[in-house]
Design a protein around this ligand. Structure first.
Ligand SMILES: *Cc1c(COP(=O)(O)O)cnc(C)c1O
Length: 437
């Protein structure tokens, strides 16, 4: 370790907390990526955050590009969202009964996104996806689901699957504790491969209830898909009587107000939202065609419920976030800021012969080992990406920049990342990359 690095890595309190946390929670964390397994070392414990920065329990400040993995599109503790939350806790924070706050947020959404005729609020993306699949199965009287390798849809049993070794599309569970019977009803196809989906539909077309996809896959790196691939997937689904579910938990209200459905001009039958929709509080939703959503209890036979669903604090934080995003016209600014930031880093990587590259879509970016071509499928990710990223991650961390702690996670720009922060971050990331080869 160089003396400079030694001086800048005093994370003693974080270490102490992590030792204690490891005794009471598996791996010391409450969600796996937080444990830094992908990058090594001890996770930083954070005490506070504001705008584009977070402060650790050891008192060190970091420019934050993880942004809670996406929800904080306005940055940490945006003042308008803070006002809405304050007002909420001064009126009521949970009823378990009908209230106007979820109505406000629901009407705001349904009046802007025509493919969301009705929706139901839940508390996590996992729950939203799980419920949407249940609706799809009920609507079609079919059991199979088709998903793509490299798309993440939360941790419900049906979707913790990976491509199996057998027939086209057949899957195996990717987690212990998932019944092989449940996993076996999900089919898995590679992204970016029209011929492969055709084969799956040829064989299983009449049994597939729904095709679920992240229209912008952003949970295994950022695997930007060709338009033709998405179009062909949807064409095949429709031709075979399968529903189309867009999982926009990460892309919804992030890449544009209408998410990828809006960007592509495609109306999914069902759609799931999460992350930005709650502005940093546990809010998610599933919605879509009225006839499909009418299948949900209490009007229909599909059971789904939640003690804290449509929690008033989350509802108002979500609405305050979305209203502000719309009012200040955030998407253009965010895109411009992110493009400038990433383009300049990419230019510098190239000029200095550094083997790194940033892939970007709107305000989402992924720092990875250069592959020489667009990466659209997981096997196109360079084999040493994880190790190379781990080095850059720690060197950037030493220099006060917190990237999402895995080479397979993306990063997020917020409206609170000022020019000054971004200039500092650029310098730090560039130095980190130079010191990583
Ligand atoms: C984050 C995410 C989920 C899971 O959401 P949770 O709130 O973590 O359960 C599902 N789908 C996509 C596309 C996501 O990005």
């Amino acid at each position: 370790m160089t003396p400079k690095e030694a001086k800048s890595t005093s994370n003693d309190l974080s270490r102490e907390y992590f030792d204690r946390a490891s005794l009471i929670a598996p791996g010391g964390v409450h969600s796996p990526v937080r444990a830094f397994k992908g990058v090594g070392g001890t996770p930083i414990f954070f005490r506070s955050a504001q705008g584009g920065t977070m402060t650790s329990v050891d008192g060190r400040e970091y420019i934050d590009f993880c942004q809670s993995f996406g929800p904080l599109i306005l940055g940490h503790r945006d003042p308008d969202v803070a006002d809405a939350v304050r007002e909420a806790i001064e009126t009521a924070w949970s009823f378990g009964a009908s209230e106007p706050y979820s109505l406000d947020l629901a009407e705001w959404i349904t009046s802007r996104l025509p493919w969301v005729e009705m929706l139901r609020f839940v508390s996590s993306g996992t729950e939203a996806v799980m419920s949407a699949l249940r609706v799809a199965r009920a609507a079609t009287n079919r059991n199979r689901i088709l998903k793509f390798e490299g798309c993440y849809h939360g941790h419900s049993d049906s979707l913790l699957v990976k491509a199996g070794s057998g027939l086209a599309g057949e899957a195996a569970s990717s987690s212990a504790g998932v019944s092989e019977n449940v996993a076996g009803e999900t089919l898995v196809a590679p992204l970016d491969d029209e011929a492969a989906i055709r084969r799956v539909f040829d064989q299983f077309g009449a049994e597939i209830a729904a095709v679920i996809l992240e229209p912008l896959p952003a949970n295994y790196g950022l695997l930007i898909q060709r338009r033709e691939f998405i179009d062909e997937t949807i064409r095949l689904a429709r031709a075979n009587g399968a529903l189309v579910i867009f999982d926009e938990v990460i892309s919804g209200f992030r890449v544009a107000l209408g998410g990828m459905a809006g960007v592509l001009g495609i109306q999914p039958d069902l759609v799931t939202y999460g992350k930005v929709i709650g502005g940093g509080f546990p809010v998610a939703a599933y919605g879509g065609r009225r006839d499909l959503m009418q299948l949900v209890a209490p009007v229909g036979p599909v059971y789904q419920a939640g003690t804290l669903s449509a929690n008033p604090v989350g509802m108002r934080a979500g609405l305050a976030t979305l209203e502000k995003v719309e009012r200040v016209n955030a998407y253009g600014q965010l895109e411009e800021r992110t493009a400038e930031f990433c383009d300049e880093l990419n230019l510098n990587f190239k000029h200095r012969g550094l083997p790194f590259e940033i892939t970007r879509a709107a305000s989402i970016f992924w720092l990875h080992t250069a592959a020489g071509a667009a990466i659209r499928r997981i096997e196109q990710i360079p084999p040493h990406n994880a190790e190379a990223f781990a080095k850059v991650f720690h060197r950037a961390l030493d220099r006060g920049v917190y990237l999402s702690p895995s080479g397979y996670e993306v990063n997020f720009m917020s409206l609170a990342h000022s020019d000054e922060l971004l200039e500092r971050a650029q310098g730090a990331i560039l130095e980190a990359a130079e010191n990583s080869v």
